[in-house]
Design a protein around this ligand. Structure first.
Ligand code: TRP
Length: 458
């Protein structure tokens, strides 16, 4: 079967950036920055991207493009029959896992876009927002309906193929996402009191930095760049031989970081504008679906045209960001099922979609009818989230860096990196050094932290 490639370099970078820019940029990064010393955190985060994120991203790109195969196939080829082939399979399954709960939040962003557009937040008292969200997620039907719609859109894009589906949608959605982000950030910065918000975000406060901050920054860098889950490896398998790997990786990292920082410019000026304490706004779902709808109404005028536009633009931005990331996660599994089991792309995609429909619905219902089903004190959704994000993600990252640094043939690496000698690679030694020593050690620490080993010493 003829394998498709991305049609252009810019299309390839936009697709990979679409994978990276997701919910993590909007609902985690700004809060972590605000609470961990502002610019101090941003500096540490950027260092993590440079020292750990980029080397691993480049390695994933390299393995994908070298093999032109799905992630499981790719690692099987480069591991020459050794057990390292399991790194690829693990990535595929973790990605599939992440997708099952990620689509649930994607569905919520659709519902909140709908609520915003219909001005449903008009005259809602501040203390009511929590109830609105809780009742919505506990309802057995409404979130499931949105979930099916969200998964339907992903399925449609994936079955259209690499060029007319993934690449074409990225070329529309990524510019939309930039425009929305810039529009929202400008609106927010112009609010009275915005200065305080910007200061909160940007003033470096090194007293807030401790070992946990650094571990948080590393974890966030990993999640945000979509590392260790086969996404970048799979997308790179559609790169052509001329795509510059290091440069593309740098572009993706820059886009991802810029959007994350701009999300902070959207959130904090409006939070400070209504005199709210940024420590009260929460993080994740609580921030996005409980605090922010209220903040937007109050900051821009309850029920006003501007509030409707702003709020709609914000949830639509989240929707687009979640969608492009979810598409990349789906593609990992689709390429795997289709190529490893010899199905057509359509059939592979259908199998993946059916599994996601079932598991995604279970995750979604775990806020309502299935909330009693728990393991280790977590509902199904948190179980999926924690298992993939806290354990499998750092584990995968560590294994990839060890593999790329110690096992993968050095000549092959250099040859691919330089596009068979076309490009200069003065950074090669540093890259290998990071893959061999810095990354495994640092990620190992994140891993131990995530599974709670350090709690014992606190
Ligand atoms: N990077 C995305 C975000 O910031 C989420 C994501 C997509 C992801 N693919 C991934 C995270 C692979 C880890 C691994 O929301």
């Amino acid at each position: 079967m003829e394998r498709e490639n991305f049609g252009s370099k810019i299309g390839a970078v936009l697709a990979a950036a679409g994978s990276a820019v997701g919910l993590g940029n909007v609902w985690r990064f700004p809060i972590e920055t605000g609470q961990n010393g502002g610019a101090a955190f941003i500096i540490i985060y950027v260092l993590c991207i440079l020292l750990l994120g980029l080397p691993i991203m480049i390695s994933e790109f390299l393995i994908g493009r070298y093999t032109h195969a799905n992630t499981a196939g790719a690692y099987r080829i480069v591991s020459n029959g050794s057990p390292w082939k399991w790194v690829g399979r693990m990535g595929v399954f973790t990605g599939w896992f992440i997708l099952c709960y990620y689509v649930v939040v994607g569905a919520w962003t659709m519902h909140y876009t709908f609520l915003s557009v219909t001005n449903a937040f008009y005259e809602v008292p501040a203390q009511e927002y929590e109830g609105i969200f809780d009742r919505f997620v506990a309802n057995p039907w409404v979130p499931t309906l949105w979930l099916f719609l969200f998964i339907g859109v992903i399925h449609y894009v994936i079955t259209r193929g690499v060029q007319s589906g993934i690449e074409r949608s990225a070329k529309v959605m990524m510019p939309t996402l930039f425009v929305l982000t810039i529009f929202l950030a400008i609106c927010s910065i112009m609010l009275p009191g915005a200065k305080q918000g910007i200061e909160f975000l940007l003033r470096p406060d090194w007293s807030k930095v401790d070992s946990t901050t650094i571990l948080d920054a590393m974890g966030q860098a990993f999640y945000s760049l979509s590392l260790a889950m086969g996404c970048l490896c799979t997308y790179a398998s559609y790169f052509d031989k001329k795509t510059p790997l290091a440069k593309s990786a740098v572009n993706v990292a820059v886009i991802d970081t810029l959007i994350a920082i701009m999300a902070g410019f959207i959130i904090f000026p409006s939070v400070f504008n209504i005199g709210m304490n940024p420590n009260e706004v929460g993080a994740g779902a609580g921030l996005t679906f409980v605090s922010l709808p209220n903040v937007f109404q109050q900051a821009l005028g309850d029920g006003s045209f501007l509030a409707v536009i702003f709020s709609t633009a914000f949830y639509f931005l989240l929707f687009v960001a979640a969608l492009t990331s979810a598409i990349s996660l789906h593609e990992v599994a689709t390429a795997y099922v289709a190529e490893e089991f010899g199905f057509t792309r359509k059939k592979g995609a259908t199998i993946v979609t059916l599994v996601v429909l079932v598991l995604g619905t279970l995750c979604s219902l775990s806020f309502g009818p299935l909330s009693g089903v728990t393991l280790f004190g977590r509902n199904i959704f948190s179980l999926f989230d924690d298992l993939s994000g806290r354990i499998l993600l750092p584990l995968g990252g560590m294994l990839i860096s060890i593999f790329a640094g110690w096992v993968l043939d050095r000549k092959l690496y250099r040859n691919e990196l330089s596009n068979a000698g076309d490009l200069c690679t003065p950074y090669f030694k540093l890259l290998i050094f990071s893959l061999r020593y810095i990354a495994p050690l640092a990620i190992g620490l994140v891993f131990l932290d995530q599974v709670g080993v350090f709690e014992v010493f606190k």
